[in-house]
Design a binder for this molecule. Sequence first.
Ligand code: FES
Ligand SMILES: [Fe+2]
Length: 384
Amino acid sequence: MYINFWYPICTTAELTGAAPVRAQVLCLPFVAFRDAGGQARVLADTCVHRGGALHKGKVVNGRLACPYHGWQFDGGGRCALIPSLGADGNIPARAKVDSYPVVERYGIVFAFLGDLAEAERPALYEVREYGQPGWRAGLVTFDIDAYFERSIENGLDPVHNEFVHTLQGNIRFRPDRMQVTSDEWSSTVFVKMDPPKKGTTQLENLRNDDNPEHFGASSGHYGANTLITRISLSKDNVFVQYFFEQPIDEGHTRIFFLNMRNCMLEEQNDARMQQINMAIAEEDIAVITRLNPVRTPEASTKEVLVVGDECIGQYRRHLGEWERRGWRLDLAALRANAGDVACAIPSPARRTEKNWVLDPAPLLPAGAVAAVGAASAATPEGRG
Ligand code: FES
Ligand SMILES: [Fe+2]
Protein backbone atom coordinates (compact mmCIF):
# COMPACT_ATOMS: atom_id res chain seq x y z
CA MET A 1 0.00 0.00 0.00
CA TYR A 2 1.22 3.46 -0.91
CA ILE A 3 0.86 6.91 0.56
CA ASN A 4 0.74 10.07 -1.59
CA PHE A 5 -2.30 9.22 -3.69
CA TRP A 6 -5.92 10.34 -3.64
CA TYR A 7 -8.10 7.78 -1.93
CA PRO A 8 -11.89 7.64 -1.82
CA ILE A 9 -13.05 8.03 1.78
CA CYS A 10 -16.84 7.93 1.50
CA THR A 11 -19.57 9.02 -0.87
CA THR A 12 -21.16 12.46 -0.84
CA ALA A 13 -24.43 10.69 -0.07
CA GLU A 14 -22.92 9.15 3.06
CA LEU A 15 -21.75 12.56 4.26
CA THR A 16 -25.02 14.45 3.97
CA GLY A 17 -26.17 13.91 7.56
CA ALA A 18 -24.78 15.51 10.71
CA ALA A 19 -22.87 12.41 11.75
CA PRO A 20 -19.17 12.03 11.00
CA VAL A 21 -18.23 9.06 8.82
CA ARG A 22 -15.43 6.63 9.58
CA ALA A 23 -13.34 4.93 6.93
CA GLN A 24 -10.42 2.58 7.22
CA VAL A 25 -7.87 3.16 4.48
CA LEU A 26 -4.30 1.83 4.24
CA CYS A 27 -4.97 -0.13 7.45
CA LEU A 28 -5.54 3.11 9.41
CA PRO A 29 -8.67 4.91 10.64
CA PHE A 30 -9.92 8.19 9.17
CA VAL A 31 -12.96 10.35 9.83
CA ALA A 32 -14.83 12.62 7.43
CA PHE A 33 -17.18 15.43 8.47
CA ARG A 34 -18.46 18.75 7.17
CA ASP A 35 -17.14 22.01 8.59
CA ALA A 36 -19.23 25.14 9.19
CA GLY A 37 -18.96 26.08 5.51
CA GLY A 38 -20.21 22.65 4.41
CA GLN A 39 -16.79 21.60 3.12
CA ALA A 40 -15.89 17.94 3.55
CA ARG A 41 -12.86 17.51 5.82
CA VAL A 42 -10.86 14.38 6.55
CA LEU A 43 -8.80 13.83 9.72
CA ALA A 44 -6.92 10.97 11.29
CA ASP A 45 -9.54 9.32 13.50
CA THR A 46 -7.47 9.20 16.69
CA CYS A 47 -7.80 11.87 19.36
CA VAL A 48 -4.38 12.94 20.65
CA HIS A 49 -5.69 13.42 24.21
CA ARG A 50 -6.13 9.79 25.17
CA GLY A 51 -6.92 8.00 21.96
CA GLY A 52 -10.66 8.58 21.52
CA ALA A 53 -12.23 7.49 18.22
CA LEU A 54 -13.25 10.87 16.80
CA HIS A 55 -15.87 9.43 14.45
CA LYS A 56 -17.92 8.44 17.52
CA GLY A 57 -18.18 12.11 18.44
CA LYS A 58 -20.40 14.90 17.16
CA VAL A 59 -19.98 17.86 14.88
CA VAL A 60 -20.40 21.03 16.97
CA ASN A 61 -20.27 24.41 15.21
CA GLY A 62 -18.41 22.85 12.31
CA ARG A 63 -15.82 21.24 14.58
CA LEU A 64 -15.49 17.58 15.41
CA ALA A 65 -15.90 16.94 19.16
CA CYS A 66 -14.25 13.85 20.59
CA PRO A 67 -16.72 11.54 22.35
CA TYR A 68 -14.43 11.02 25.37
CA HIS A 69 -13.73 14.50 26.87
CA GLY A 70 -15.21 16.74 24.20
CA TRP A 71 -12.05 18.27 22.75
CA GLN A 72 -13.05 20.02 19.53
CA PHE A 73 -10.95 19.80 16.38
CA ASP A 74 -11.45 22.09 13.42
CA GLY A 75 -11.23 21.01 9.78
CA GLY A 76 -7.51 21.76 9.77
CA GLY A 77 -7.04 19.27 12.62
CA ARG A 78 -6.24 21.91 15.24
CA CYS A 79 -7.84 21.62 18.68
CA ALA A 80 -9.92 24.76 19.15
CA LEU A 81 -11.54 23.96 22.50
CA ILE A 82 -10.74 21.82 25.53
CA PRO A 83 -13.97 22.05 27.55
CA SER A 84 -12.35 21.15 30.89
CA LEU A 85 -9.98 24.15 30.53
CA GLY A 86 -12.76 26.62 29.75
CA ALA A 87 -13.27 28.88 26.76
CA ASP A 88 -10.00 30.79 27.26
CA GLY A 89 -7.97 27.78 28.37
CA ASN A 90 -4.43 27.39 27.12
CA ILE A 91 -4.47 24.80 24.33
CA PRO A 92 -1.17 22.91 23.95
CA ALA A 93 0.54 23.20 20.56
CA ARG A 94 0.59 19.41 20.35
CA ALA A 95 -3.22 19.26 20.52
CA LYS A 96 -3.71 18.67 16.80
CA VAL A 97 -4.40 15.75 14.51
CA ASP A 98 -3.45 15.17 10.89
CA SER A 99 -5.80 16.80 8.38
CA TYR A 100 -5.68 15.75 4.73
CA PRO A 101 -6.37 17.69 1.53
CA VAL A 102 -9.89 16.89 0.29
CA VAL A 103 -11.55 17.07 -3.11
CA GLU A 104 -15.22 16.16 -3.41
CA ARG A 105 -16.02 15.12 -6.96
CA TYR A 106 -18.12 12.56 -8.88
CA GLY A 107 -20.20 12.06 -5.73
CA ILE A 108 -17.13 10.89 -3.83
CA VAL A 109 -15.10 12.48 -1.02
CA PHE A 110 -11.42 11.94 -1.87
CA ALA A 111 -8.54 12.66 0.49
CA PHE A 112 -4.88 12.94 -0.40
CA LEU A 113 -3.30 10.53 2.05
CA GLY A 114 0.28 11.66 2.19
CA ASP A 115 2.57 14.56 2.98
CA LEU A 116 3.54 15.89 -0.45
CA ALA A 117 3.24 19.63 -0.93
CA GLU A 118 0.48 20.64 -3.33
CA ALA A 119 2.78 21.24 -6.31
CA GLU A 120 4.27 17.73 -6.01
CA ARG A 121 1.01 15.79 -5.74
CA PRO A 122 -0.40 13.70 -8.56
CA ALA A 123 -3.74 15.17 -9.60
CA LEU A 124 -7.00 13.47 -8.80
CA TYR A 125 -7.99 11.50 -11.91
CA GLU A 126 -10.13 13.61 -14.21
CA VAL A 127 -13.25 11.84 -15.48
CA ARG A 128 -13.71 13.77 -18.72
CA GLU A 129 -17.21 12.49 -19.44
CA TYR A 130 -18.55 13.49 -16.02
CA GLY A 131 -21.18 16.22 -16.25
CA GLN A 132 -20.90 16.36 -20.07
CA PRO A 133 -24.04 16.40 -22.19
CA GLY A 134 -24.78 12.98 -23.66
CA TRP A 135 -23.25 11.11 -20.74
CA ARG A 136 -24.88 9.59 -17.71
CA ALA A 137 -23.12 8.63 -14.46
CA GLY A 138 -23.85 5.81 -12.07
CA LEU A 139 -22.05 5.36 -8.76
CA VAL A 140 -22.11 2.27 -6.58
CA THR A 141 -19.80 1.07 -3.83
CA PHE A 142 -19.06 -2.51 -2.87
CA ASP A 143 -16.62 -4.36 -0.65
CA ILE A 144 -14.51 -7.29 -1.73
CA ASP A 145 -12.40 -9.71 0.29
CA ALA A 146 -9.29 -9.15 -1.80
CA TYR A 147 -6.13 -7.07 -1.83
CA PHE A 148 -6.51 -3.92 -3.93
CA GLU A 149 -3.50 -4.66 -6.16
CA ARG A 150 -5.06 -7.96 -7.17
CA SER A 151 -8.20 -6.08 -8.19
CA ILE A 152 -6.30 -3.47 -10.22
CA GLU A 153 -4.23 -6.17 -11.90
CA ASN A 154 -7.38 -8.08 -12.79
CA GLY A 155 -8.62 -5.00 -14.60
CA LEU A 156 -5.32 -4.66 -16.50
CA ASP A 157 -5.49 -8.24 -17.71
CA PRO A 158 -7.05 -8.63 -21.17
CA VAL A 159 -6.62 -12.42 -21.20
CA HIS A 160 -9.01 -13.36 -18.40
CA ASN A 161 -12.10 -11.98 -20.12
CA GLU A 162 -12.97 -14.95 -22.27
CA PHE A 163 -12.54 -17.35 -19.34
CA VAL A 164 -14.17 -15.37 -16.57
CA HIS A 165 -16.91 -13.39 -18.28
CA THR A 166 -19.83 -15.32 -19.71
CA LEU A 167 -21.44 -12.15 -21.05
CA GLN A 168 -18.87 -11.58 -23.72
CA GLY A 169 -19.49 -14.82 -25.58
CA ASN A 170 -16.99 -15.79 -28.26
CA ILE A 171 -14.64 -12.78 -28.11
CA ARG A 172 -11.04 -13.98 -28.24
CA PHE A 173 -7.91 -12.25 -26.95
CA ARG A 174 -5.50 -11.57 -29.83
CA PRO A 175 -1.95 -10.86 -28.59
CA ASP A 176 -1.05 -9.30 -31.95
CA ARG A 177 -3.79 -6.72 -31.45
CA MET A 178 -2.71 -5.62 -28.01
CA GLN A 179 -0.85 -2.40 -27.36
CA VAL A 180 0.50 -1.18 -24.02
CA THR A 181 1.44 2.43 -23.31
CA SER A 182 2.78 4.05 -20.16
CA ASP A 183 3.51 7.48 -18.76
CA GLU A 184 4.54 8.91 -15.42
CA TRP A 185 1.41 7.91 -13.49
CA SER A 186 -0.41 5.41 -15.66
CA SER A 187 -0.28 2.45 -18.03
CA THR A 188 -2.97 1.38 -20.46
CA VAL A 189 -3.57 -1.73 -22.50
CA PHE A 190 -5.62 -1.36 -25.71
CA VAL A 191 -7.16 -4.43 -27.27
CA LYS A 192 -8.86 -4.66 -30.60
CA MET A 193 -11.28 -7.56 -30.84
CA ASP A 194 -13.60 -9.04 -33.40
CA PRO A 195 -17.16 -8.39 -32.31
CA PRO A 196 -19.26 -11.44 -31.47
CA LYS A 197 -21.93 -12.62 -33.87
CA LYS A 198 -25.20 -10.75 -33.70
CA GLY A 199 -27.60 -12.14 -31.15
CA THR A 200 -25.04 -14.33 -29.39
CA THR A 201 -24.59 -12.33 -26.20
CA GLN A 202 -26.28 -9.61 -24.18
CA LEU A 203 -23.28 -7.42 -24.92
CA GLU A 204 -23.70 -7.81 -28.65
CA ASN A 205 -27.39 -6.96 -28.42
CA LEU A 206 -26.49 -3.53 -27.01
CA ARG A 207 -24.59 -2.53 -30.17
CA ASN A 208 -26.23 -0.07 -32.49
CA ASP A 209 -23.86 -0.23 -35.43
CA ASP A 210 -22.04 -3.10 -37.13
CA ASN A 211 -18.71 -1.43 -37.82
CA PRO A 212 -16.06 -3.71 -36.27
CA GLU A 213 -13.69 -0.72 -36.10
CA HIS A 214 -15.86 0.70 -33.35
CA PHE A 215 -15.53 -2.42 -31.25
CA GLY A 216 -12.69 -2.53 -28.75
CA ALA A 217 -11.61 -2.06 -25.18
CA SER A 218 -8.87 -0.53 -23.12
CA SER A 219 -8.02 -0.64 -19.50
CA GLY A 220 -5.45 1.16 -17.47
CA HIS A 221 -4.35 2.19 -14.03
CA TYR A 222 -3.77 5.71 -12.86
CA GLY A 223 -1.61 5.93 -9.78
CA ALA A 224 -1.74 3.03 -7.36
CA ASN A 225 -5.48 2.68 -6.87
CA THR A 226 -7.51 3.90 -9.86
CA LEU A 227 -8.58 1.61 -12.66
CA ILE A 228 -10.16 2.83 -15.90
CA THR A 229 -11.88 0.47 -18.32
CA ARG A 230 -13.27 1.71 -21.59
CA ILE A 231 -15.56 -0.57 -23.57
CA SER A 232 -16.67 0.54 -26.98
CA LEU A 233 -19.35 -1.67 -28.52
CA SER A 234 -20.08 0.74 -31.31
CA LYS A 235 -19.65 4.45 -31.91
CA ASP A 236 -22.55 5.47 -29.72
CA ASN A 237 -22.33 2.66 -27.18
CA VAL A 238 -19.38 3.52 -25.04
CA PHE A 239 -19.07 2.55 -21.39
CA VAL A 240 -16.27 3.95 -19.27
CA GLN A 241 -15.87 2.41 -15.86
CA TYR A 242 -13.81 3.83 -13.05
CA PHE A 243 -12.79 1.87 -10.01
CA PHE A 244 -11.54 4.23 -7.31
CA GLU A 245 -10.18 1.72 -4.86
CA GLN A 246 -9.98 2.10 -1.10
CA PRO A 247 -7.53 -0.45 0.33
CA ILE A 248 -9.06 -1.17 3.75
CA ASP A 249 -6.40 -3.65 4.80
CA GLU A 250 -4.44 -6.48 3.23
CA GLY A 251 -7.48 -8.64 2.64
CA HIS A 252 -10.28 -6.12 2.07
CA THR A 253 -10.96 -3.40 -0.45
CA ARG A 254 -13.89 -1.05 -0.91
CA ILE A 255 -14.50 -0.12 -4.52
CA PHE A 256 -16.14 3.14 -5.54
CA PHE A 257 -17.43 2.17 -8.96
CA LEU A 258 -18.32 5.10 -11.19
CA ASN A 259 -19.66 4.13 -14.57
CA MET A 260 -20.28 6.52 -17.42
CA ARG A 261 -22.33 5.70 -20.50
CA ASN A 262 -23.29 7.61 -23.61
CA CYS A 263 -26.36 5.54 -24.46
CA MET A 264 -29.59 4.50 -22.76
CA LEU A 265 -29.43 7.81 -20.95
CA GLU A 266 -32.87 7.64 -19.40
CA GLU A 267 -33.04 7.09 -15.67
CA GLN A 268 -35.12 3.94 -16.06
CA ASN A 269 -32.07 2.21 -17.57
CA ASP A 270 -29.91 2.83 -14.50
CA ALA A 271 -31.00 -0.27 -12.62
CA ARG A 272 -30.48 -2.54 -15.61
CA MET A 273 -27.05 -1.08 -16.36
CA GLN A 274 -26.04 -1.46 -12.76
CA GLN A 275 -27.26 -5.03 -12.73
CA ILE A 276 -25.19 -5.87 -15.85
CA ASN A 277 -22.10 -4.10 -14.43
CA MET A 278 -22.36 -5.84 -11.09
CA ALA A 279 -22.95 -9.23 -12.73
CA ILE A 280 -19.63 -8.75 -14.57
CA ALA A 281 -17.92 -7.53 -11.40
CA GLU A 282 -19.18 -10.58 -9.49
CA GLU A 283 -17.48 -12.86 -12.02
CA ASP A 284 -14.17 -11.09 -11.32
CA ILE A 285 -14.75 -11.11 -7.58
CA ALA A 286 -15.31 -14.87 -7.58
CA VAL A 287 -11.77 -15.30 -8.95
CA ILE A 288 -9.77 -12.59 -7.19
CA THR A 289 -11.05 -13.41 -3.71
CA ARG A 290 -9.51 -16.87 -4.04
CA LEU A 291 -6.03 -16.02 -5.25
CA ASN A 292 -3.11 -17.56 -3.43
CA PRO A 293 -1.29 -15.73 -1.98
CA VAL A 294 -3.81 -13.03 -1.11
CA ARG A 295 -1.27 -10.29 -1.88
CA THR A 296 0.90 -10.04 -4.97
CA PRO A 297 4.10 -12.03 -4.42
CA GLU A 298 7.19 -9.96 -3.63
CA ALA A 299 9.49 -12.09 -5.79
CA SER A 300 9.03 -12.23 -9.55
CA THR A 301 10.14 -15.87 -9.50
CA LYS A 302 6.94 -16.80 -7.68
CA GLU A 303 4.83 -16.29 -10.81
CA VAL A 304 5.16 -16.95 -14.53
CA LEU A 305 4.21 -13.87 -16.51
CA VAL A 306 3.64 -14.32 -20.23
CA VAL A 307 2.43 -12.32 -23.23
CA GLY A 308 -0.76 -10.57 -22.21
CA ASP A 309 0.62 -9.71 -18.75
CA GLU A 310 2.55 -6.64 -20.00
CA CYS A 311 0.25 -4.04 -18.49
CA ILE A 312 0.42 -5.78 -15.14
CA GLY A 313 4.20 -5.57 -15.48
CA GLN A 314 3.93 -1.85 -16.16
CA TYR A 315 1.72 -1.35 -13.11
CA ARG A 316 4.25 -3.16 -10.95
CA ARG A 317 7.06 -1.06 -12.38
CA HIS A 318 5.17 2.06 -11.35
CA LEU A 319 4.58 0.65 -7.87
CA GLY A 320 8.29 -0.14 -7.69
CA GLU A 321 9.12 3.46 -8.57
CA TRP A 322 6.77 4.76 -5.84
CA GLU A 323 8.36 2.35 -3.41
CA ARG A 324 11.79 3.75 -4.33
CA ARG A 325 10.45 7.21 -3.53
CA GLY A 326 9.67 5.97 -0.04
CA TRP A 327 5.88 5.89 -0.42
CA ARG A 328 5.26 2.23 0.40
CA LEU A 329 3.88 1.37 3.80
CA ASP A 330 5.85 -1.10 5.87
CA LEU A 331 2.89 -3.36 6.62
CA ALA A 332 4.94 -5.78 8.70
CA ALA A 333 6.07 -2.96 11.01
CA LEU A 334 2.56 -1.54 11.14
CA ARG A 335 1.16 -4.94 12.12
CA ALA A 336 3.89 -5.51 14.71
CA ASN A 337 3.04 -2.20 16.43
CA ALA A 338 -0.73 -2.52 16.26
CA GLY A 339 -2.31 -2.30 19.68
CA ASP A 340 0.70 -0.56 21.24
CA VAL A 341 1.40 2.45 19.05
CA ALA A 342 -1.11 4.70 17.29
CA CYS A 343 0.01 5.81 13.86
CA ALA A 344 -1.27 8.23 11.25
CA ILE A 345 -0.47 8.68 7.60
CA PRO A 346 1.70 11.85 7.66
CA SER A 347 -0.26 14.85 6.36
CA PRO A 348 1.31 17.75 4.40
CA ALA A 349 1.50 19.89 7.56
CA ARG A 350 4.13 17.50 8.94
CA ARG A 351 6.56 18.92 6.37
CA THR A 352 6.32 22.40 7.89
CA GLU A 353 5.23 21.97 11.52
CA LYS A 354 6.59 20.10 14.52
CA ASN A 355 4.76 18.77 17.59
CA TRP A 356 2.98 15.70 16.26
CA VAL A 357 1.69 13.22 18.80
CA LEU A 358 0.96 10.14 16.70
CA ASP A 359 3.82 8.26 15.09
CA PRO A 360 3.97 8.56 11.32
CA ALA A 361 2.94 5.27 9.72
CA PRO A 362 6.09 3.19 9.05
CA LEU A 363 7.31 3.32 5.45
CA LEU A 364 9.79 1.12 3.64
CA PRO A 365 13.07 2.97 3.15
CA ALA A 366 13.30 5.01 -0.04
CA GLY A 367 15.45 3.67 -2.84
CA ALA A 368 15.87 0.28 -1.24
CA VAL A 369 14.07 -2.36 -3.21
CA ALA A 370 13.69 -3.30 -6.88
CA ALA A 371 10.24 -3.08 -8.42
CA VAL A 372 8.00 -5.99 -7.51
CA GLY A 373 7.99 -8.45 -10.39
CA ALA A 374 9.56 -5.94 -12.74
CA ALA A 375 12.20 -8.23 -14.18
CA SER A 376 9.86 -10.93 -15.41
CA ALA A 377 7.08 -8.53 -16.31
CA ALA A 378 9.35 -6.53 -18.58
CA THR A 379 10.15 -9.56 -20.69
CA PRO A 380 7.26 -11.96 -20.39
CA GLU A 381 8.11 -15.56 -21.11
CA GLY A 382 6.66 -17.00 -24.29
CA ARG A 383 7.25 -13.89 -26.38
CA GLY A 384 7.54 -15.45 -29.88
S1 FES B 1 -9.63 11.25 24.27
FE1 FES B 1 -10.44 12.76 23.01
S2 FES B 1 -10.98 14.32 24.36
FE2 FES B 1 -10.05 12.85 25.62
FE1 LIG C 1 -12.95 -8.97 -15.55
